[in-house]
Design a protein around this ligand. Structure first.
Ligand code: TTP
Ligand code: MN
Ligand code: MN
Ligand code: MN
Length: 371
């Protein structure tokens, strides 16, 4: 009957944008196992299986309590045969044989190592792996390999940028970006987005949205901020992508595509900071600074809400917002716009709340989007 299981487990939506997911995860053992498998499917370009395990992990992360038996999960969405088998093993033995086997698998370990370098994705890792390479020293010694600039910088700062960024470091960077933006454009607005706006304790980078109150002012904003950071001697690396934004384009249903706003992927020199538990392979240990990854994106101010919602994450939350919009509302959502296919019109928004309202969704706070 209705009282045989916790009410909270009986009504879980298949869409992450209809669930509230904080950073507190009562099922970490199981979701960690799922994420290893998902990652391995990603390395092998098996997108369907990868997504299945990411969705299953996301559902469990939203539960307010630990799952104790398979029976408790019978009404949960997004759990298939395979995910249930892995979950059952973790519940029974505390670990999954399939996951243990992967963790000690040479191919998995090597892909994990290679893709931990900034600028190295599964494609490059695969090429190096098939070339017989297994370690950084083998990659760096191989004369037939040409490292692009991003990968060279990735190896140079590996010890720093493979370490996590703390909340305190995110706060100092916020002040630095704030000052750099306002030094050049007094009216500029800076907002923290990405994992740190979801109240994560640590991140792999720090993400900011920068814009101006006047439409068009954003066009020169990023180059000016980059110049200012360079003047201050903070800029270690800058990959700048100018805007390709087109106001007439329909929102793109594919989530993985990069958006069209001007953006830059940076590595900054942060003074007075050290890497917690980081490995130093190339640099001295007594520096009073560390390298950190920072992303800046600058949408036009009338797109600010869409950009903010799109960059606040998590990736799973973003995927499901788009999927929900299309499947349940006949609407197209991306980082730039929301388009209603029933009425053939764009729906404007000046806040994230406006977008949730257009979609007929209860508002989910950023700290509840850790799906
Ligand atoms: P990330 O910085 O990759 O992830 P995160 O901040 O959630 O977590 P981490 O601590 O690992 O940094 O991406 C933040 C969000 O930005 C994510 O939801 C995807 C989105 N994004 C885009 O929408 N377009 C882009 O071009 C990029 C690079 C990211
Ligand atoms: Mn981030
Ligand atoms: Mn980022
Ligand atoms: Mn690039």
């Amino acid at each position: 009957g209705a009282c045989s299981k916790p009410a909270s487990m009986a009504t879980v939506s298949q869409f992450a944008c209809q669930r509230r997911t904080t950073t507190e995860n009562s099922n970490k053992k199981i979701t960690d196992a799922f994420e290893v498998l998902a990652e391995n499917y990603e390395f092998n370009e098996m997108d369907g299986s990868c997504l299945a395990f990411r969705r299953a992990a996301s559902v469990l992360k939203s539960l307010p309590m630990a799952v104790r038996s398979l029976r408790e999960t019978q009404d949960l969405p997004c759990l298939g045969e395979h995910t249930k088998a892995v979950m059952e093993e973790v519940l029974r033995c505390g670990r999954s044989f399939e996951v243990e086997k992967l963790l000690s698998d040479e191919r998995y370990q090597t892909f994990k190592l290679f893709t931990s370098v900034f600028g190295v994705g599964p494609k490059t890792a695969d090429k190096w792996y098939r070339g017989g390479l297994r370690s950084f020293s083998e990659v760096l010694a191989d004369r037939s390999i040409h490292l692009n600039q991003m990968q060279q910088i990735g190896f140079l700062h590996y010890g720093d940028i493979s370490g996590v960024v703390s909340k305190a470091e995110a706060r100092s960077l916020r002040n630095i970006i704030d000052e750099a933006a306002r030094a050049t454009t007094p009216a500029a607005k800076v907002a923290l987005t990405g994992g740190f706006c979801r109240e994560k304790e640590f991140g792999h980078d720090v993400d900011f949205i920068v814009t101006t109150p006047e439409l068009g002012g954003e066009e020169t904003l990023l180059p000016k901020i980059i110049d200012e950071l360079k003047k201050q001697g903070m800029l270690l690396y800058c990959d700048y992508h100018p805007s390709t934004f087109d106001i007439n384009k329909l929102p793109s249903p594919k989530f993985e595509a990069m958006d069209h706003y001007a953006k830059c992927f940076l590595i900054l020199r942060l003074e007075g900071s050290r890497v917690e538990g980081g490995l130093h392979i190339a640099e001295g240990d007594n520096r009073g600074w560390r390298a950190v990854r920072v992303d800046l994106v600058s949408p036009p101010v009338d797109r600010y809400a869409f950009a903010l919602l799109g960059w606040s994450g998590s990736r799973q939350f973003e995927r499901d917002l788009r999927r929900f919009a299309r499947a349940k509302r006949g609407m197209l959502l991306d980082n730039h716009a929301l388009y209603d296919k029933n009425k053939n019109e764009f729906l404007a928004a000046s806040t994230e709340k406006d977008i949730f309202a257009h979609l007929g969704l209860e508002y989910i706070e950023p700290w509840q989007r850790n799906a």
